[in-house]
Structures are given as C-alpha cells and as structure tokens.
Design a protein around this ligand. Structure first.
Ligand SMILES: *[C@@H]1O[C@H](CO)[C@@H](O)[C@H](O)[C@H]1NC(C)=O
Ligand SMILES: *[C@@H]1O[C@H](CO)[C@@H](O)[C@H](O)[C@H]1NC(C)=O
Ligand SMILES: *[C@@H]1O[C@H](CO)[C@@H](O)[C@H](O)[C@H]1NC(C)=O
Length: 190
C-alpha cells in the first residue's frame, strides 16, 4: 500500500517535471528537445556556444566596472568603472563616449600619505543614477568622495559638483546603494 502510493507519487512528479521542463525549455530555446530535459544531468551551455549573442566591452587599463544605469531614451547603457564613465550602445555594447574622472595628484598623494595603497587611492564610481536629463555620479575619489551631476547625453558636461560625504562610501570595498528622491532631505524615515 505504502509502496504503491509512493510509486504513484513518483510517477506523477516525474510526469509533472517532464511537462514543466518541456514547456520551459521549448519556449526559451527551440533547439532543446524534450529528450534533453529528461537527461540526468542538467544541460550546460558553454560560453563558446553563447558567443554569437554576447557583446563585450573593455577599455585599456580600466577595471572595476561596477555601476550600470539604463538610458532608455537613447537606448544606451551608462557604465561606471575605476576612474572612468562610459556610454555604450545597448544593442552591441560599442563605445559612444568615455570620460575620465580620476583623483587629482594632490588628493592621491594625501590619500597615500595616510597609509592607503595606490590601488585604493583611485576614483571608484559608486553612485550612478539617471534622473530625467541628468546623471548623478559619485566616486570614492581617493578616500575624498565627490559627486558630480552631468548631462546624460554628454557625460563630460559637468553641471554641478558637490561634496560626496554621506552620499558615497570612502572605501571602495564598502557596499552601498543609492537612490534619488523628489525631496532633497536627509531626515531619516520615521
Ligand atoms: C552598434 O549599434 C549602433 C546602434 O544600433 C550602430 O549605430 C553601430 O553601427 C553598431 N556598431 C557596431 C560595431 O556594430
Ligand atoms: C560635451 O561636453 C564637453 C564639456 O563641456 C564639450 O567640450 C564637448 O564639446 C561636448 N560634446 C558634445 C558632443 O556636445
Ligand atoms: C560587501 O558584501 C559582500 C557580499 O554580501 C560581503 O561578503 C562583504 O563582506 C561586504 N563588504 C563589506 C566591507 O562589508
């Protein structure tokens, strides 16, 4: 009794998995057959096989691509990295505009004199928010955080510069998140 009940359940579950699997796999990848779904091991798609649909972007000497913002009105992607901000085409990740934003020599020297490494004393972009036609950006700026408001359509165009303290982390290793609100207020929520 117990055994047959268990077997019925197993069969039912197996059928359910097959049905679910066929529909999900078929709708997402027409070239995957239901037989692939009943394989014991999960099918793995190699990076090489996906290669034709993958767009890549890199820039000589630039790393820490950590912030992304979508500019849907232009079909572009704004990317914040270490000492750089980029605008890329959303369709193929090709470069539209690059703007360098590094700490100045004095700020770097002062950072290093406090025992921080050359690596730490760079400008890691940590806030990148689009609000209408402006792009709000903040960077760690060699442990002297600073925020710059730019034009979304021309990220080299600086509209405003403000102190980044309490808006952006000092330390590139610190996790943070940011948002823009209508009211310019720093009162904590009730
Ligand atoms: C990338 O896409 C943009 C916009 O669709 C197009 O103008 C450009 O020619 C494309 N570049 C390459 C390298 O395919
Ligand atoms: C973008 O802004 C920079 C800085 O103001 C200016 O020199 C440049 O001409 C602008 N580029 C375009 C395409 O308007
Ligand atoms: C940042 O977040 C990661 C992942 O949650 C965590 O492992 C790491 O310790 C955090 N870093 C700091 C400095 O808190």
């Amino acid at each position: 009794m117990v055994t047959s009940g268990w077997r019925a359940w197993a069969l039912f579950l197996y059928g359910l998995v097959l049905v679910l699997c066929s529909s999900v796999c078929l709708s997402q990848q027409p070239h995957v057959t239901p037989a692939d779904c009943s394989r014991k091991e999960h099918p793995v798609v190699s990076y090489q096989a996906l290669r034709p649909w993958v767009s890549e972007f890199s820039h000589p000497g630039v790393k820490d691509f950590s912030q992304l913002a979508l500019d849907l009105s232009r079909n572009q992607l704004v990317v914040g990295a270490r000492n750089f901000i980029f605008r890329l085409s959303l369709s193929n990740a090709s470069l539209i505009q690059a703007t360098e934003w590094s700490p100045d020599e004095d700020t770097k020297r002062s950072c290093q004199s406090k025992g921080k490494s050359e690596e730490e004393c760079q400008n890691y972009i940590r806030v990148l928010l689009i609000s209408g036609t402006t792009l709000f950006t903040c960077g760690t700026n060699a442990f002297t955080p600073v925020c710059i408001t730019r034009q979304v359509g021309n990220i080299s165009q600086v509209l405003d510069t403000v102190n980044g303290v309490a808006r952006c982390p000092y330390d590139p290793r610190h996790n943070s998140t940011a948002m823009v609100t209508e009211r310019a207020s720093c009162t904590p929520p009730p």
